[in-house]
Design a protein around this ligand. Structure first.
Ligand SMILES: [Zn+2]
Length: 75
């Protein structure tokens, strides 16, 4: 079973995802959730696909922006 989460539909500042707070993307102006994976740039995820598998939940971003690295240094 595949579930699509569309973060662009969520209001800015809402926290109903485990990943973080919904913010406005500095690149495209839509709402999304910013993630900071180790050893990689930041991403603003606008939509992701979750599939429940026998060994756990698999999540793939289907629509995201790569944020410039300098954005990580900003408060
Ligand atoms: Zn974006």
């Amino acid at each position: 079973m595949i579930t699509i989460d569309d973060f662009t539909l969520l209001p800015e500042g809402s926290r109903n995802t485990p990943d973080g707070t919904v913010v406005r993307c500095p690149l495209c102006g839509r709402n999304g959730v910013v993630v900071h994976p180790d050893q990689a740039g930041s991403y603003c995820i606008h939509a992701e696909e979750s599939e429940l598998q026998c060994d756990g939940m698999r999540t793939d971003p289907t629509d995201c922006c790569s944020l410039p690295s300098f954005a990580r240094a900003l408060p």
